[in-house]
Ligand binder design. Sequence first.
Ligand code: CP3
Length: 342
Amino acid sequence: MTDKTLLRALNGETLPVPPVWLMRQAGRYLPEYRATRARAGDFLKLCYTPDLAAEVTLQPIRRYGFDAAILFADILLIGQALGADLWFETGEGPRMSTVTDAAGVAALKPADAIHDTLAPVYETVRILSRELPRETTLIGFAGAPWTVATYMVAGRGKDGQAGAHAMKAADRAAFQALIDRLSEATVEYLSAQIDAGAEVVKLFDSWAGALKGPDFEDFCVAPIARIIAEVKARHPGIPVIAFPREAGEAYVGFARKTGADCVALDNSVSADWAAAHVQVDGCVQGNMDPALMVTGGEALTREARRICKAFAGGPHIFNLGHGITPDADPDNVHRLLEAIRG
Ligand code: CP3
C-alpha cells in the first residue's frame, strides 16, 4: 500500500482528509514563477527548458506542500510536435497556424514523430521524479483531442470552437482524421511521460462543454475512452483523471464510459449533485470556484469545508473548478490548506 494520498484516492479509498493540489498551481500568481519565467525569456522557452520547467513545477510544492505536482508544460505543445506553428501573444494567449481541411490534416507529421520536439518535456519529468518529496505524486498531462483540435483549426482559443464546428460540418471525415491523429499522438505522449516517471496522467478537455448530443459522444467520450484504453494497455494500473469541463449532465456516467479513474469537475455543477450522480462511479476532483482564491476571507474557508463535506462519503481530491488566476493572493492558498487540513 502506498503512502501517497493522491494515489490512494484514485484507487477508490475514502480518506478523512482529501489530498489537494490546484490547477495552474505553478503560475503567474507566484512571484517566484514570474522571476523564473523572466529568466527563461518567454513561456515556450520555459516549457522546453527542463531545469527551469522542473523549477517552476517544484515552487508551489516547496511553498505549500501540495499532495501532487503537475508537470509544467502546455496542452498545445503536441500540436507543435505534429508540425503546426505555435506562439503566445503577450496578454492574449496562444496562437497557432491553422489546419482547416483534409489536406491540412494529411500534412501533419505521424503520431510517433512527436518525440523529437517533446524530448525536453520527458527530461523535465525525469528531473521531477528524482527531486519531488517522496509523498508527492507526479501528474503528467495532455489536452484531450477535441480541445487541442479547437486551437489547431482556428489558430486561437477565443471563439475557437466555432472553427472546429465549421470544419466538422464541412467535412466530418477530415475532422475525424484530425481527432484520430491527435488521439494516437496523445497515447504516444502520455506513454513517454509515464516511462519518464509520471505516476498519474490527466486529460484536459477544457472546451468539452461546446459539444452536444452525438458530437459529445464522438469527439469527447470516444477519443478519451480510446486514449485511456491504449495507455492502460501499455501501462497497466496507471490512474487517469479526465476533465470534461462544462459537460453538465454528461458528467453522469463519464467515468464508466471512458474508463477514467477520476472525473474532474468544473464549478458550474453543485457539489451535492456531483456527489449523488458522479461520485457514485468513483473518485471526483475539483469544483471550487477559482474566484475565491482572489477574494479569500471567511467565504473561502466556508466553501472549502462545504465541498469537503459534500464529497466526504467517497474518494475525493480537493481542487478548483478551473485554474488559479494570476490575480489570486498567494496567502489565500495557506487559508485554503488550513480549511482542508487544519
Ligand atoms: O501548473 C499547471 O497547471 C501546469 C502547467 C499547465 C499550463 N497550461 C501552464 C500555462 C497546464 C496543465 C496547462 C493546460 C492548458 N493549457 C489548458 C487546459 C486547462 C485549462 O486552462 O482549461 C489549456 C486550454 C491551455 C492552453 C493555454 N495555455 C492558454 C489558453 C493559455 C493562455 C491563458 C493564460 O492563462 O494565460 C496558456 C498559457 C499558460 N499555460 C500559462 C501557464 C502557466 C500562462 C503563460 C504565462 O506564463 O504567460
